[in-house]
Design a protein around this ligand. Sequence first.
Ligand code: AMP
Ligand code: MG
Length: 428
Amino acid sequence: MPGTDEERNDAAAGASVAMISLAEARQFVLHGLAPLAPTTLTLEQSLGCVAAEGVTAREPSPRFANSAMDGFALRAIDTEGGSVRLWITDAIFAGDLASTQVGEGEAMRIMTGAPIPEGADSVCMREEATVDPDGATVLIHRAARPGEFVRLVGEDVTVGQGLLEPGSDVGPALLGVLASQGVTSLLVHPRPRVGVLSTGNELSNADGPLAPGKIRDSNRPSLLASLQQSGFTPVDLGTVGDTAAEITRAFQRGTHECDAIISTGGVSVGDADFVKSVLAELCGENARSMQVAIRPGKPFAFGVDPSGTPFFGLAGNPVSTLVGFELFVRPALRLLAGYAELDRPTISMVLDCPLPRRRDGKLHLVHVMAKVHDDGRIHVEHVARQASHLLSAIAQSNALAMVPDGDGLDVGAMVPATILDATHLNGV
Ligand code: AMP
Ligand code: MG
């Protein structure tokens, strides 16, 4: 390896100038990665994680037959023909047990969730009964069917039923199911802890006025937020200048704290682009500086160091950074988290505005605003001004369209796209 930063950099850049496809770049990133080793977390902590064990039901649910309504527990046979008067013998609340049975000609007040008393086989809802003024009897308006408004034992879950397979993700409803079974902890793949490092001599973290030539760091905040939003644990590794020594130190520090590291800047062909050479040095054969046939985000470096920590060197332009996160980082981190589905779904959208482009051998990733229309389809209503430094233009978008190489797409054509934020898909 040559001696100076510049020499190392030129060597790393010279090694790979040919453009490669997005698929090949993703394959290079994904092929060597594996889910993080499972660990036991509390049920609350495991929300959003992928299970590394299966869970089968140890209790039926419902645990006992109970009422689906506030009303009267009774014997259906006593109400044949409808409009019958029954004696009220007791009231059962959720959490209680009836002290006696329901006998012939009798009814008990019952609340939703209370156990069905012995003798009763049906519940008449409160709205279909009239209690007599003295409170001793009740008029049941219509004939009750056996089993009506009775929730049966094991209707939802039977003992031994599979509740969770290894590889399934833990969502709020499943978490509730497990809690209802008395499960308090779970073996899961942990949420990846991901370090974010900005590189660039021009970056300043000052709050006040900036010195001439300096800019504020926008990549680190937007990446930390992207990580958070996708369910990973962000770790702020700060900002370093454009020297191989500073970048190396920051990477090495990150390796100890993090399961993966993202840097921005310094992967292009400029004289101060040292991330590539640092990755080559730290990761050897397992590093590659790529020119990917995409726009934006063409320069991209990736490596895995001997400790197994993956490093993503994203291009520094703010829009390139976010596209690189979406195409390379997010899927790789989902793999580490144990997910089988790595990408957001691709949806075919109707173009309400043209997507012009020139033929350049690249796939163009275009930020757009998409909405669901009355025809039930998703339409692209607006295309953000596109350039890799125009961050505010894409802040108003909610989807990323993939425009294949060629002369662009006209109004009415279909374009494949992924929804980045579904919040405003339906409205304004
Ligand atoms: P680079 O990839 O280092 O060549 O940077 C490409 C462009 O992105 C330059 O205009 C940088 O000033 C800008 N840039 C790099 N890092 C950041 C950052 N963290 N925040 C905002 N802009 C950045
Ligand atoms: Mg730079």
